[in-house]
Structures are given as C-alpha cells and as structure tokens.
Design a binder for this molecule. Sequence first.
Ligand SMILES: NC(=O)c1ccc[n+]([C@@H]2O[C@H](COP(=O)([O-])OP(=O)(O)OC[C@H]3O[C@@H](n4cnc5c(N)ncnc54)[C@H](O)[C@@H]3O)[C@@H](O)[C@H]2O)c1
Length: 354
Amino acid sequence: MKTIIVTGGAGFIGSAVIRHLIENSDYHVVNFDKLTYAGNLESLVSVADHPRYHFEKGDICDHRQVKNAFIEFKPCAVMHLAAESHVDRSIDGPAEFINTNIVGTSVLLEVARQYAKELEQSHGFRFHHVSTDEVYGTLGETGLFHEQSPYQPNSPYSASKASSDHLVRAWHETYGLPVVITNCSNNYGPYQFPEKLIPLMILNALAGEPLPVYGKGDQVRDWLYVDDHARALCLVMEQGSLGETYNIGGHNEMMNLDVVNTLCRLLDAKAPQHPNSVTKYEELISFVTDRPGHDQRYAIDAGKIKRALGWEPQETFQTGLAKTIDWYLDNQPWCDHVRDGSYQGERLGLVVGD
Ligand SMILES: NC(=O)c1ccc[n+]([C@@H]2O[C@H](COP(=O)([O-])OP(=O)(O)OC[C@H]3O[C@@H](n4cnc5c(N)ncnc54)[C@H](O)[C@@H]3O)[C@@H](O)[C@H]2O)c1
C-alpha cells in the first residue's frame, strides 16, 4: 500500500490532483488541509467515500500535527499545495502568506527530512513542491519563462512562494532531501474559488454585477486547464528527476481583457437570459484602478516537461473555458455555498485577481 499526502487537497488544484489520483492510480491519498476560506470538502464529494481516500484536518505550520500525519500514514510522497494563493489578499495582509507559505513549508521540510532519514535509503520517498511562474517576475513583450529564469518576485504572494522554492532547493542541496519542484501558470477550471479572474467574471456576469478589469486589461497571462495541470503534477511526482524544476504552462497566452470578452461571448450563447436588461454580458465590463506592482506579462516555456516526461496540455483555451462555464452553470449550489461568508476585504469584487 503506497500513500501520498496531498497538502491543500481541499483547494482548487489540490482537489483536482486528488480526484486524478483516486481515478487513475492505486495510491492511497491523504488530504491534509486546514480548511481555510479556500478549502472546501464539497469539491471532493466524488471521492469522499472511496476506500483509498482519507481527509486529515491539519495545519502545515503545526509541527506536531504534521509529524503525526507522517508517523500515521507513512507516505511514499508528499505533494505540497497548501498555501495562501491570492495576490490581492497578499497585498492587503502579507503576514498570513509569510506564515503559511514560508514557515509552513519549512515545517513540512523539517518533518520530511527527519522522516526520510529514518527510512532506509529514503525508500524512494519524494517531496513535490508546487509553485508558480510568478516567482520569475514579469516579462516584456517577448520571451518566455524557463527553468533557469532568474527569480524576481514582485508581490508579497510571489515573494513568499519564491522563498518557499528556495527552502525546498536548499533542503535538497544541504540535506539531500529528495525533492522535485514545479512552477505553473494561471490555472482555471471547475471548483475554483470565485475571487480569481475567471470564476469571478462568470458569477458576476450571471448575477448582472460589474466585471471589474484592472487598468486597461492589457496584462498577459498563460492559462492552464486544471486537469491538465493535475496530470502534469502526478507525472512529475512519480517520474521527475530529483532536484529538478519543471515549468508547466498551457500554451494559451492571452490579455486579461480578451479573456473576459471571450468569456462574455460564450456566456451570451450558453446563458442567454441576460440579467439587469443588458443585451450582451460585455456591457458589464468596468475598468478599475490597476493593482499595485501588477506584473505585465507571464508566459511559460514548457518544453522541458514535454521532452523529459512527454506531457502536453490537452485543452485549448476555448475548450477549457467552455467546460469551465458549463461546470459553473451546472453547479450553482457549490458557488452559492463557497460565496457564503467569503472574504469581505476591500479588494474582492473591486479588482481582478490571478
Ligand atoms: N491557482 C493558480 O492559478 C496557481 C498558479 C500557480 C501556482 N499555484 C500554487 O498551487 C497551489 C494550490 O493553489 P490553489 O489555487 O489550489 O489554492 P487554493 O487557495 O484554492 O487552496 C489552498 C488550500 O490550502 C489549504 N491551506 C491553506 N493554509 C493551510 C495550512 N496552513 N495548512 C494546511 N492547509 C492549508 C486551504 O484550506 C486550501 O484548501 C498553491 O501552492 C499555489 O501557490 C496556483
């Protein structure tokens, strides 16, 4: 019996990883999650009763809880996704990001180091750290981020993720901890908390509320469908070379405004009963003051993971976005529930997050 601990498994990407592992492998999967505002066990109803799935409520910053989980479940791998993940929140309150993303990662690394030391020759144990392309900062009009790009994080979020990447690398170089690291672009798809760009726009449009677009909407992002990402993560976790980093991208570079316009056109066709007497959803677009320190462009060279592990994204932006919109249209109760009691900070709903 081989067990993987997934931290942050109740979040958007973590839940996709767990669904993928349960449906496509023989691993036992332990979801270790604190259930912050972003964690939602309703995203895992399809696997909740599966005999190879187990939920363990826990905080990665709590050494005792993390250690107990390692002792009890004896994982062959940890896939570390738990994090504070929203850039706007990091601008309003960086402390939680420093605590969860940096201190929490260091706690996990220390427990994993001790655990791996006690196993004979590590027994193939692996620590997979999941990170973001935002650690590389911003690009000009041309060029791509690759695995050797210098780290130049610009937001408290990306700085905290960059710090955690450095810790993981250092635990490999100094202590020989068997690690792999992935840095991916913007994910989208079902079960994403509606503070991030795409679900925020879908739900605001359906409610007839403004669609807030930062600045001129000319920032460029690469969009990665979450199930493509989950597949890539599982490949790297199993087959990635130790000590290596793999960038993961969707080959879908788009300006934010083009994303919102595309989404509005798809919604015009899929949800033609427009609210508040608008005739097209794009009439709801409203330009708002730009986010401080907003990176202009991200784009990923995902050639290494293709060459080394044969991974490529399967969804185009059009197919992935159509699936995503269909999911939000079909899952209104999930949306209503996660929005209940959600964050009421001054930025949410006024601004657009990645
Ligand atoms: N969403 C993206 O587009 C994107 C892009 C690049 C990288 N990433 C990275 O991927 C990972 C997952 O992102 P996501 O979008 O699924 O995040 P998310 O915000 O949807 O979920 C984060 C999960 O972590 C849990 N969590 C937070 N603090 C915790 C703690 N102290 N202990 C245990 N659990 C805790 C939350 O309860 C939640 O379930 C993060 O590390 C993020 O930095 C995300």
